[in-house]
Ligand binder design. Structure first.
Ligand SMILES: [Zn+2]
Length: 121
């Protein structure tokens, strides 16, 4: 998918999901990743990455666009759930990998419930 198509989708979907997740007061910036390279954590390829600043109510979401259009919504909602949980995760002391793993598991479950389907592969 071209970045222009992804941008059009995000423009439709972001307000809808910000409203749904009560994130309308947040300033959420979406950037698109370079799809000519694979983006990975130590363990796996990822399609979205979010940095959250709860004090300023700001977040930056970086999205990959190389999967089908319906996957954009999955990734966007997934990353917005990270924003919702960001406040909580930020008050947990230290960079505990257990906290990160639990956060990820919660985000996956909540996203699945919200979009009403298993993750689009
Ligand atoms: Zn995640």
């Amino acid at each position: 998918m071209k970045h222009s198509e992804a941008r059009r989708l995000v423009r439709q979907l972001l307000p809808k999901w910000q409203k749904c997740l009560r994130l309308r007061d947040w300033r959420i910036e979406v950037e698109f990743l370079d799809d000519t390279v694979t983006h990975r954590t130590e363990r796996e390829e990822f399609y979205g990455y979010t940095t959250v600043d709860p004090k300023r109510m700001e977040a930056k979401i970086e999205l990959a666009t190389k999967r089908p259009p319906e996957a954009v919504e999955d990734v966007l909602v997934h990353e917005l759930v990270h924003v919702v949980l960001g406040e909580l995760v930020c008050v947990v002391p230290g960079e505990d990998s257990t906290v990160k793993a639990l956060e990820e598991r919660a985000v996956l479950r909540i996203t699945e419930a919200l979009v009403g389907r298993k993750r689009v592969k």
